[in-house]
Structures are given as C-alpha cells and as structure tokens.
Design a protein around this ligand. Structure first.
Ligand code: LLP
Length: 431
C-alpha cells in the first residue's frame, strides 16, 4: 500500500518514518499522510494533460480531506481547488490559496457563501440550479462584480463502482438536465445576465468508478451539446469540466486502472467529438479527490480489549472507530490492515476489528487475517486518506484524532488532536 514498507525489525514505516515512533510521539488514533505520494499523484495528472497537449486545470476536490496544510501542498503543486461550502472556502483563503484557482461546487449555496465567493473573486462558481442562477445574478449585479460560471449539468449517465446506467432524464439532486432543455435555458439566462461570464459546462458522474466507459460517454455528450449550442446560439464553451470519481484500490479485490488512463481515454473521446462536430477544442478541467489523497493516508490505532464468541468470531477493539472513519458503517467500505509492530509476521488468526463507539454497527473490518495480536499492539489501516478525517465526527464525544504529514523520514503535525476542552467549547452552561 502506497509507500509503506517494513523495516528490518518488522516495524511498518511510512514516508521513511516508523509508525511505532509516530504512535509514541502523537498518540493514537492517528492519521498519517505520505506527502511524497500525494505530490506524485498530483504531478501525474498534470503530466498526462501536458503530454496530450491539452489545456487543463486539475482541481483537488477538497471534500476528500481538507485542512490548511493540504491546501498549501496542492497550491505548491499547481493544482486548483474545488470547494463545496463557505467553510472549505474560508479554510482555503486562510491557507492563502490563490482565489482565482478556487472553484465552488454545491447544490444549495447560501447567499452568504455566494457573496464571499464573489467578493473574493474566486476562479469560478459552478452553478447548479435556477434558484442559484437567479441569486448569483442579483448578487453580482448588486456588487457590480463580473463572475465566471460553469453550469453543472447531468449528462444522463450515472456511474456506479462496477457499472453505469444511462437514463434519459436523470433522477439526481444535482445540476441542470442536459436532455430536457433545462441546461439550454440556464445557458441562455447566463448569457443574458450582465455580470455572469459563462465559461462552459461541468459534470460529475459518480465516485470510486473503475471503468472509463462512463467518463467517455459523459465527455461525448458534453461536447455534442456544446457543439449544438455553438451552432445555434454562437456560444463557444471555453471549458468542459468532467469532474472526479477515479477509483482507487482499497483491497486486493479492487482492480482500478491508472489515473492517467482515465484522463487519456476521456481526452481521446473529447478530441474525436471535437473534430466530428467542428467545434474548437475547450480546456478540460477535472476534479479528483480520492485518487489524489486516498492511498496516501493510513490510520493508526492501539488495540485494547478483545472478546471471543467461541466457534464464531474473535473481536479486537481499537481506540477509535466510526467517529474517525465512518465509511465501513455508512457504505460497508472495506479496508486492509496489519499489526504495525509485527508487520512481517504471518497471519495466524482471523479477527474482526471493532470500534469503540456504543453501537453494534461500529465495526471497522470484518474477518481480517492477522498474526497473534494483543492489547497494546498497533493496528495500521491502509488507504484511509480520502473521506476519513473529512467525515470524522464527535459521536460519543470522542475527540477527533490528529493528522501528521510524513516525508523523507520527517513528520509534521498539521491538525492537532482535539481535547476535552475543545469538545465543550461551543457548549453554554445552564447555570
Ligand atoms: N466533484 C464533485 C462535484 C463531487 O461531487 C465529488 C465527490 C468529486 C468531485 C470528487 O470525487 P472523487 O474523485 O473523490 O471520487 N463520501 C463518499 C464519497 C462522496 C463523493 C462525493 N462527491 C465516500 O466516502 O466514498
């Protein structure tokens, strides 16, 4: 997994740092990110576009993992940023992320969020619906501030992990329908609005997708529609944003294709469609989240209590759970793990890893082959970099874990551990 390796004494290392030392220094539960791997992924996307000779913007979908440090890292790598709330936008601005490279997605942005985005002159707002279009039109006129816009459309393709469905009129809470005239109407309204500068179209067909078919179909539909509008209305889209969703390997059962492959096949489809329709080649933007940070993150836990149900199952409990990684409970997401202080030991047992939250559904991993493990051992769970910390919560008033970056044998704390004091900071006493 990622750059994790086993040192001569059987200890798991990440980014050249022993996980045992990390656990000692920062405590557990702990999130660790290998930043060299994140940079490699970021450079990989940019390089692919460069090699294909296509003007592009790669925006990191910050919902996968957001904090000031990761925004600063993505900025250094020349990536743009996709935010979906005032909170993410605020964090990005505080991290000195260049506003002109920030894109704002979301299906119900508030007036306050839109005002902040317009005031800060961010790169573009991805307008999702007619209500928002009207609101943004008013706000930009009041503020006399030109604002760049993409229209989020639903191309009628819904991709699932291993398959995709084509629907005439997609049943989705997001975006303007591309087939039934909604998107066309939104395009005309945008062109009429004095302070809205329409750049082009945006779509996002799903997440953790393992095939290129859905992306190719979406790319074709987007270009086809753009070419049609071009000939009827003379509107030439400068930008087509094809969203994120590239799948990653969580377990041996997953078989993803290389991130560059998704991009190559999408671009091939775009180019074919562009030459077929005679339209000019737009810039292609993408918005990956998971594929940039997912496999760069691991979680470290200390094993505590255990329970044997004779002849049925052995439970091992860790010092975290659905409060720091809700994906198994929410999506039945699967992970692989090992004992970090016995990383070279052969599995002897099959155990199930229980979280410490007070509900039966808080199980992190079912039926995991592990060497003999006991209280005090360190469990390393792989591939928790995306939608792990960002979906962490304070259920049972568990403090959220800290996050450290590791690279070249060095570690740096980027989010500190929540304290009990932090837990009551919003509480007002009755007396
Ligand atoms: N762009 C838009 C408009 C999105 O809605 C998303 C993800 C992305 C980009 C990034 O997708 P990615 O490359 O990360 O797949 N919490 C779920 C995933 C939700 C994804 C929501 N949208 C999980 O833990 O699997």
């Amino acid at each position: 997994h990622g750059s994790a390796e086993i040192s001569h004494n059987g200890h798991l290392k990440i980014g050249g740092v022993s996980t045992i030392d990390l656990a000692k220094q920062y405590g557990t539960p702990l999130y660790v990110y290998d930043t060299a791997l994140i940079k490699e992924r970021a450079r990989g996307f940019r390089k692919t576009f460069k090699e294909l000779g296509v003007k592009a913007e790669v925006a990191y979908a910050s919902k996968a993992f957001s904090c000031m440090a990761i925004f600063q890292l993505m900025n250094e790598e020349g990536l743009s940023l996709d935010v979906v709330s005032g909170g993410e936008l605020y964090t990005a601005l505080k991290a000195d992320f260049p506003p002109e490279r920030i894109h704002f997605n979301g299906n119900n942005k508030s007036r306050g969020e839109l005002v902040l985005a317009v005031k800060e002159k961010i790169g573009c707002i991805v307008v999702d619906n007619f209500y928002e279009l009207q609101l943004l039109s008013e706000i930009t006129s009041e503020m006399k501030s030109k604002t760049k816009v993409l229209l989020r459309v639903t191309p009628g393709i819904e991709a699932h992990t291993h398959d995709y469905i084509l629907t005439g009129q997609e049943d989705s809470k997001f975006g303007f329908d591309l087939q039934n005239g909604q998107a066309e109407k939104a395009m005309k309204l945008s062109l009429e609005s004095e302070y809205i500068e329409l750049l082009g179209l945006h779509c996002h067909i799903g997440s953790q997708i393992f095939e290129t078919t859905g992306f190719i179909l979406a790319a074709r539909k987007m270009i086809e529609k753009a070419a049609e509008w071009n000939s009827v209305y003379g509107f030439v889209p400068e930008v087509i944003n094809l969203g994120g969703g590239f799948g990653i390997r969580y377990t041996q059962e997953d078989d993803p294709i290389a991130p560059s492959q998704y991009v190559k096949e999408m671009i091939l489809a775009v180019k074919e469609e562009v030459s077929r329709t005679g339209m000019s080649m737009p810039e292609i933007w993408i918005e990956p989240g998971r594929s940039l940070v997912g496999d760069a993150g691991i979680s470290l836990y200390t094993i505590g209590s255990s329970k044997e149900v004779p002849g049925v199952r052995k439970y091992l409990a860790i010092d975290g759970g659905m409060s720091d990684n809700i994906r198994p409970a929410l999506y039945r997401a699967k992970y692989e793990a090992l004992i970090a202080n016995k990383a070279d030991a052969e599995p002897e047992d099959t155990v199930s890893i229980a979280g410490k939250c007070c509900e039966s559904g808080d199980m992190l991993i079912w039926d995991l082959p592990l060497p003999d493990a006991e209280a005090g051992d360190l469990l390393a769970v792989f591939c928790t970099g995306a939608y792990g910390y960002s979906m962490a919560n304070n259920y049972n008033r568990l403090p959220r874990p800290p996050v450290v970056f590791v690279e070249n044998g060095k570690s740096k704390l980027v989010i500190r551990r929540e304290t009990y004091r932090d837990l009551i900071k919003l509480d007002e006493s009755l007396t």
